[in-house]
Design a protein around this ligand. Sequence first.
Ligand code: UFG
Length: 334
Amino acid sequence: MARYLVTGGAGYVGSHVVLALLDRGDDVVVLDNFSTGHRAAVPDAAALVEADLADGRALAEVFAAWKFDAVFHMAALSLVGDSMRQPLHYIRTNLGNSLGLAEAAVRAGCKRFVLSSTAAVFGVPRILPIDEAAPREPVNPYGESKLMVEQGLAWAEGAHGLRSACLRYFNAAGADPAGRAGEDHTPETHLIPRTIMAAMGRVEPVTIFGTDYDTPDGTAMRDYVHVADLAAAHLAVLPRLEEGSVAYNLGNGAGHSVREVIAAVERVSGRAVPHTVGPRREGDPPVLVASSARIRAETGWLPRHDSLEEIVRTAWNWHAANPGGYAGRVAQAA
Ligand code: UFG
């Protein structure tokens, strides 16, 4: 049986990675400071360490207490808009924490590292879909911070034998099809959950950020990829690390506009989505669509929930079953 450390395992993508590992019988240790994650998102079957990645002593203790086959590093600040307002904080936190973690792993002899990276490393693409050869030219500090981590890890392979997989998620969306985990951010800024919450009357109407993009309906397009498919990709890349470091773009290869997302939520829910139109959001590229040909060819990974309809349906089910998010679950159990 293998054992893995998952930083940010109480967060949105992390909690789905934890479920995927536990489902196949692996041992999991979650490290999270609960700045955005939820204690209730961590299954009892996983060991839990509440610590901040900036705490070098706590990190050393974790690596002394357990021997890990690999580290999955998902803990990070991850909001594009926020990063435009706090660039130094974003870059310091994401870069410093990631490099400190990689150093601790190397010191402990753990040489396999899977990084939550992002489509935001590519900035405004010149060619679509975006493959791994596309120039990495971020247009926001969030993307910049992840690019810096990718580059640090690349140097660490030669010097320390640390093999890394940089997984560049496009737009993570949806929820565990079995309903065990889902998306719960405060405040919620992501399009799909916000649109669902607006349809449910839990938040004010959704604002469409920009209707003057050079796209068929004038709104920005994104490649929404199911969070359970993202989680499966983390497991799929592990055998590849035996040959060397890799970087993969992870999406479905289809772009959906903001208006298409609103229409999908209306179809799935049978409710109207109250919405208004506003200006573009700073730092937003017009269109992001992934080519995931490389990870498919090299690992056999295939998205299983690739329709926008299914992505929205699993997200809807999660929000309908958990009106107060994880906090509501805890209150219900008490
Ligand atoms: N949008 C709206 N109204 C909203 C929220 C979002 O119009 O209320 C639009 C955005 O402008 C964007 C699209 O919907 O065009 C998706 O926005 P999200 O905030 O859901 O997601 P982002 O594309 O900004 O960012 C997400 C992750 C990042 C990651 C990026 C990669 O949050 O971490 O996907 O594509 F880098």
